[in-house]
Design a protein around this ligand. Structure first.
Ligand SMILES: Cc1cc2nc3c(=O)[nH]c(=O)nc-3n(C[C@H](O)[C@H](O)[C@H](O)COP(=O)(O)O)c2cc1C
Length: 367
């Protein structure tokens, strides 16, 4: 799609990042690939790589691969969770609850809990300093000030997720360049880092304009946006860009496992819910057997990210039997609007849909 008339005004953030469209691929740890990021960038959006949960050498290869196949913009994303203490003692209840699943899968008993990855630190910073991505983004809060200053010194534009107005104000005070307002609809982990109870978290329609009113930095809308209608609505509510995750999960370039794609295709409204069962932190997944059967044990989950070390071996064993019964299938509430389409084509389609919807409000620009 290269329209001669464009009805969608470029936002300051899109201009700063050199984007044709203010459409950002959400960083998705475990699911992002260089090809997915390059597809979005080729269509004029921002590519991204979720680097939080994988070894640094894998991230190194992925960023290098992106640079080989694209000269577009890239967002490299990391987590800033607090490292858990007393993992072993605080994981006993979760091990007991998972034991019947291990027995059924024939893989013995759950292992002692461990820390499968660490938050943003010196090794991640070295990646950023080597590759100097256009954007560096953080989830679960920000790193320590000295690390953040080093990231800023690379020239990166810095994003961080906020799930409440209080978090957005805090991030603005820390000097972030843009805030990702994550509504409760969003797939994957809530980026929460202050202690507002989840039951008080807002949908994007309510959250976004209140964050826009509360801060002076650009705000990026995330959560439940899957087509031009969602994009146009977010822009009307004051967003300078949209960040979209779930809608890209069925692109052939995404690392979404085949059985998960099938579940995503079948999932409609109401198919997802928030759970701590896969990682220890609240995240939105398509409901599956583990979530149904351990519904009453949310509070017993091991602290983040130790719970992952308990669920991952089980998920792997069961996935090898092609059954996504016990692995997370991160997805947002708009999962039913998903499409099977290559990333560049989907990005162009999203841009065209939004552009068409913005036309009536901008008829005087029709020339
Ligand atoms: C599969 C998946 C993985 C995700 N992983 C990350 C991540 O690694 N880092 C991050 O900041 N956000 C992550 N998110 C959340 C997204 O940044 C974003 O908030 C969300 O996708 C927006 O809602 P939507 O999925 O309805 O589009 C993930 C989302 C999904 C669906």
């Amino acid at each position: 799609m290269r329209q001669s008339v464009r009805h969608w005004p470029a936002t300051p953030l899109a201009k700063r990042l050199g984007l044709q469209w203010p459409i950002l691929l959400a960083p998705m740890a475990g699911t992002s690939t260089p090809e997915l990021a390059a597809g979005v960038a080729a269509a004029g959006g921002l590519g991204s790589l979720g680097c939080a949960t994988q070894p640094v050498d894998v991230s190194h290869r992925q960023i290098a691969a992106f640079r080989q196949i694209s000269n577009g913009g890239l967002n490299v994303n990391f987590f800033c969770h607090e490292r858990p203490a007393d993992i072993v003692a605080r994981s006993q209840a979760a091990r007991e609850r998972l034991a019947p699943f291990y027995a059924e899968a024939g893989i013995g008993t759950p292992p002692e809990a461990a820390e499968p990855f660490v938050p943003f630190g010196a090794d991640h910073l070295a990646l950023v300093e080597e590759f100097r991505p256009d954007v560096v983004s953080f989830h679960f809060g920000l790193p320590a000030q000295d690390l953040l200053n080093r990231v800023r010194a690379t020239g990166a534009t810095i994003f961080c997720t906020a799930t409440t107005v209080a978090e957005a104000r805090h991030l603005e005070g820390q000097g972030v360049d843009a805030i990702v307002a994550q509504g409760i609809e969003a797939g994957g982990h809530r980026g929460v880092f202050l202690d507002t109870p989840l039951s008080q978290h807002s949908g994007l329609m309510a959250l976004l304009p209140q964050i826009v009113d509360a801060v002076d930095v650009p705000v990026i809308a995330a959560g439940g946006i899957a087509d031009g209608r969602g994009i146009a609505a977010a822009m009307m509510l004051g967003a300078q860009a949209v960040q979209i995750g779930t809608a890209f999960l069925r692109c052939p370039e995404a690392a979404t496992p085949a059985p998960h794609r099938d579940r995503l295709r079948d999932a409609g409204e109401g198919a997802t819910r928030l759970t701590r069962l896969f990682s220890g932190r609240p995240a939105r997944s398509v409901v599956n057997r583990l979530m149904r059967e351990l519904d009453d044990s949310e509070a017993e989950a091991a602290p983040y990210p130790a719970q992952i070390s308990l669920v991952a071996p089980l998920a792997k064993a069961v996935a090898e039997a092609d059954r996504p019964d016990v692995s997370s299938i991160w997805a947002g509430q708009a999962v039913g609007l998903g499409r099977d389409m290559p990333a560049a084509q989907l990005t162009e389609r999203l841009a065209a849909e939004a552009d068409t919807l913005m036309r009536p409000a901008n008829t005087e620009t029709d020339r």
